[in-house]
Write a protein that binds this ligand. Structure first.
Ligand SMILES: NC(=O)c1ccc[n+]([C@@H]2O[C@H](COP(=O)([O-])OP(=O)(O)OC[C@H]3O[C@@H](n4cnc5c(N)ncnc54)[C@H](OP(=O)(O)O)[C@@H]3O)[C@@H](O)[C@H]2O)c1
Length: 333
């Protein structure tokens, strides 16, 4: 049976590619090494210039500073933007805690409204399920916020395949943020949401490991206070070796590593949106180049399937060896 393509909610008129959102975690200036706030703002402004209108943030990111940055770009033409933010995780000193009871979610949502200086949020998500609170209760709170017109849509993040089955079985078109890329190949979570979720891929470049900067070297490329030091893949020898080979292979085949990774992700089944997190203008440029390649080669999926790009067309464009390498990455090594 052919599946209807799941549509993204609330597509703003001027969004050229509603499946491409820009994530602002690393733009807040906390945990990702040296930071330049003016450059982060420039990234956002340049993205807007290039008709990107979907931006993802969270109250957690850099203690709210990522939301403050977004506030700067949405004050004019608020209705042109689709802003997604989230609650359910909060700082306690230097530790992050789950806080996703209905009361806590409501409080956090109001704080996000203030930081963003807006009277509604387009998409408000449960950042992570709280082990102390039944997921249904957190979701109930989000539905209530929607009923009251404070948020336009509700969504979730980081659910397991089982939780998608258990808690979203009566739902349709629920945005779900899923950590997915060649080295986090959790196909089963995407598949579990195939008929009920808008799967939005987060950390597509595995926090920079699959990029081309110093962080692509893994732990030796980042400082010791960098939050990515806690990502086991940054010191996974199997992944690091595979990553070095990916760089060489992409170079030899004349395709940028970032484009190769994003093309692979966007042609996987049940992926509806991708949320990279460029924090420098040059990194945004890479992302826009990837978008241009899609346009130039007409790679968008035309069937009613649920991937963004046609896997057939991407495979025809990408050297077989490179596709195969992306497809056979060591997972979670
Ligand atoms: N719901 C959740 O739990 C959750 C979790 C994670 C992320 N997210 C969302 O997903 C977004 C993206 O995740 P992420 O920040 O981990 O994104 P990512 O795109 O996987 O990695 C971002 C890092 O990669 C490097 N980079 C970015 N663009 C690059 C390019 N074109 N070329 C080379 N390197 C590049 C930069 O690090 P260097 O400058 O150090 O190289 C940047 O800080 C977040 O901003 C957030 O909105 C949500």
């Amino acid at each position: 049976m052919k599946k209807e393509k799941i549509l993204l909610p609330g597509n703003p008129v001027n969004a050229k590619t509603p499946w491409l959102w820009i994530g602002t975690w690393s733009m807040g200036g906390e945990g990702f090494g040296p930071h330049d706030e003016r450059e982060s703002l420039k990234v956002l402004e340049s993205a807007v210039e290039k008709n990107i209108r979907h931006f993802d943030t969270a109250d957690l990111y850099a203690h709210g500073r990522s939301e403050y940055l977004i506030r700067k770009i949405i004050q004019q033409n608020r209705e042109e933007f689709f802003i997604s933010t989230k609650g359910g995780l909060a700082w306690n000193g230097r530790r992050v805690e789950h806080r996703a009871s209905p009361g806590e979610l409501e409080t956090q949502m109001h704080e996000s409204l203030k930081r963003l200086k807006t009277d509604y949020i387009d998409l408000y998500q449960l950042h992570w399920p709280d082990p102390e609170i039944p997921v249904n209760e957190s979701i109930g709170a989000l539905k209530d916020l929607k009923k009251r017109g404070l948020i336009r849509y509700w969504g979730v993040g980081n659910l397991t395949a089982e939780q998608v089955g258990d808690y979203l079985d009566k739902e349709k078109n629920i945005p779900h943020q899923v950590h997915f890329n060649p080295v986090r190949n959790k196909k089963e979570i995407l598949a579990a949401g195939s008929d009920r979720c808008i799967n939005c891929v987060i950390s597509p470049l595995e926090q920079g490991l699959l990029g081309t900067g110093k962080s692509s070297l893994g732990k030796e490329g980042i400082g010791k206070n960098d939050l990515r030091a806690g990502n086991p893949l940054f010191s996974g020898q199997g992944v690091l070796e595979w990553n070095r080979q990916l760089e060489v292979l992409a170079g030899k085949k004349g395709i940028s590593k970032v484009s190769a990774v994003l093309l692979w992700i966007c042609s996987r089944p049940h992926v509806s949106a991708v949320i990279p997190g460029p924090r420098r203008v040059s990194q945004l440029r890479d992302i826009l180049k990837f978008r241009d390649e899609i346009d130039k080669n007409a790679l968008t999926s035309s069937d009613k399937g649920s991937s963004i790009l046609s896997a057939e067309k991407v495979k025809a464009l990408m050297p077989q060896e490179l596709w195969h390498h992306l497809d056979k990455a060591p997972i979670d090594a």
